[in-house]
Design a protein around this ligand. Structure first.
Ligand SMILES: Cc1ncc(COP(=O)(O)OP(=O)(O)O)c(N)n1
Ligand SMILES: Cc1ncsc1CCOP(=O)(O)O
Ligand SMILES: [Mg+2]
Length: 214
């Protein structure tokens, strides 16, 4: 169990009007370690404009700003790092390009992919999907055991992703996830994104406290 497990926020797939304002509200509501810009259907120009608008909001609050899928653009635009999947280019080249910036790599539920990512210099390995999600069509699932095994054997932090909510996150925290990555739990929270961040923060803290008592 990581007593300091933290929230890793990912943007909605399509940014709604006034998203910058919503983002500031969400980040001001509690503890968020990092923000990933994930716009799968946007043009390169739209992604650049989103980076210019949103990155200062995150960085002003000490929230690391990561770009999904594109290490070269992340480095060019001065992002804090990039998140790459298994089909998002050469991870070794991305490591070199990003230098001291953060590189995160999707490892699905695979111990093999995670060990390879670690050898390639990933700053974190991402496991998932742990639960059904409406945000993305996923074909790969992960089991809690991979988090336990990873945290017992390796120092590189792990991120858990996929359908995570305040109601179901406790086993992930207790299994050793260092970060919980969420989209819907924050942006689709019935009382708004700020309430979503607070609910996730409370659930993570409660799970950590329960584990500490055991
Ligand atoms: C923190 C985090 N983990 C996993 C993913 C998924 O990345 P990928 O497999 O490349 O899929 P897309 O996000 O590109 O659809 C992620 N983005 N972030
Ligand atoms: C990008 C991604 N990769 C695996 S699941 C997922 C979506 C996570 O979104 P949510 O937190 O809404 O399930
Ligand atoms: Mg990707």
């Amino acid at each position: 169990m990581d007593p300091d497990c933290r929230l890793y926020l990912i943007t909605p797939p399509v940014l709604p009007p006034r998203f910058a304002w919503q983002l500031a509200q969400a980040l001001d509501a509690g503890d968020v370690a990092s923000l990933q810009l994930r716009l799968k259907d946007a043009t390169p120009d739209e992604v650049r404009r989103a980076i210019e608008e949103l990155m200062p909001i995150a960085q002003a609050r000490d929230v690391a700003f990561l770009l999904n899928d594109d290490a070269a653009l992340a480095a060019e635009m001065g992002c804090d790092g990039a998140h790459l999947g298994q089909s998002d280019g050469d991870h070794v080249a991305a490591r070199a390009l990003l230098k001291d910036r953060i590189l995160g790599i999707t490892c699905h539920g695979s111990r093999h992919l995670a060990m390879r990512a670690g050898e390639q210099g990933a700053d974190y390995v991402a496991f998932g999907a742990f639960f059904p999600t409406a945000t993305k069509e996923v074909s790969e699932a992960a089991e809690m055991e991979v988090l336990e095994w990873w945290s017992e054997v390796f120092e590189v932090p792990s991120v858990a992703i996929g359908g995570i909510t305040a109601a179901n996150c406790a086993p992930l925290v207790q299994a050793g996830a260092n970060f919980l990555a969420v989209v819907g739990a924050v942006w689709n929270h019935p009382e708004g994104p700020a309430a979503g961040v607070k609910a996730m923060n409370q659930a993570i803290a409660a799970a950590g406290a329960m584990a500490a008592e055991d």
